[in-house]
Design a protein. Structure first.
Length: 300
């Protein structure tokens, strides 16, 4: 480990990996459990963690301290802060600005580098397999519902609009509070939910998951932080980073993933997708005659 680097400044997984060589074999096994079973670490007692990891209570606490935490509670606080991006938006923006400087070129370079890092995950064979299963589920569903709130709500609206244009009936679950109940009425058995959401589990997420469970509707999650909390309740998790830890959240990676979904879904039934777009273009033409001159080219 680089001795000039403050371990507490490293992301959670990297902090543990960097310290592994300094731990005893029992502590190494426990430390790897902290990385692999984050949901258990966050939600279970020390005794429950020990039981699942095949260790003692003392090993759980001792490992946390050997990793540089004050104890298990401090380790949990650190992990939760990373998973939820719990620093206030102003703090995260300040850190981003400190890294990029004041020039426009610095901001552009930072954004490009951040998004390149996020997009690299798409080339991973395991991610490709999960993506393929998500497309299978979305295409075969009777109806699709895209969940997203706040900035993710705009992404949900966009995904629903584009899925509808290629002939796949879709609604956007992008409202908050009691208004969400109106949208949830549309869910029925045979549907699928594409959920864009992040930790912690807020009420709209919980209600949607509960309804999906009752109706046996598969939930396909896009998130960089919620997965450890709900992995047993969702069919697939596509982990898409939103930038660097404790920096300004960026959503370009999620947008790229959604647009890849549009293409992949259209490719499953090209004739239906093209036919739906022709109908869409014709309807636009009835509203704006000039659209027919610039709309999609009809099939011969």
């Amino acid at each position: 480990m680089n001795e000039t680097m403050d371990p507490s400044k490293l992301p959670f997984d990297e902090r543990i990996e960097a310290a592994l060589a300094l731990l005893s074999p029992a502590e190494q096994r426990m430390a790897r459990f902290f990385i692999e079973e984050k949901e258990v670490v966050l939600l279970a007692s020390a005794a429950q963690i020990a039981a699942q990891a095949g260790a003692s209570d003392a090993t759980v606490v001792r490992t946390a301290k050997s990793l540089g935490f004050d104890g298990l509670f401090h380790l949990r606080e650190t992990l939760l802060a990373e998973l939820t991006g719990s620093s206030p938006p102003g703090v995260r923006l300040r850190r981003t600005l400190e890294e990029t400087g004041e020039g426009a070129s610095g901001a552009l370079g930072h954004a490009l580098a951040t998004h390149r890092e996020a997009l690299e995950i798409f080339a991973d064979p395991q991610f490709e397999q999960r993506f393929g299963r998500v497309i299978d589920t979305l295409f075969s569903a009777k109806r699709r519902h895209v969940f997203g709130i706040g900035p993710s709500g705009s992404l949900a609206d966009y995904a629903a609009l584009q899925f509808n244009r290629i002939g796949l009936a879709t609604t956007a679950l992008s409202t908050t509070g009691i208004a969400l109940a109106d949208r949830l009425l549309a869910l029925s058995e045979g549907d699928a939910v594409l959920m864009i959401a992040y930790a912690p589990i807020y009420r709209e997420v919980e209600v949607t998951l509960e309804l999906a469970e009752r109706l046996k509707i598969p939930v396909l999650l896009i998130s960089d932080s919620l997965g450890p909390f709900v992995h047993a309740r969702v069919a697939e998790v596509l982990a898409v980073p939103r930038g660097r830890t404790d920096h300004l959240a960026m959503h370009a990676g999620t947008m790229v993933l959604i647009e890849a979904m549009i293409i992949a879904l259209a490719a499953r039934d090209r004739g239906a997708a093209l036919g739906s777009l022709e109908k869409f273009g014709a309807m636009r033409g009835t509203i704006d005659k000039l659209w027919l001159k610039r709309g999609i080219r009809k099939s011969p």
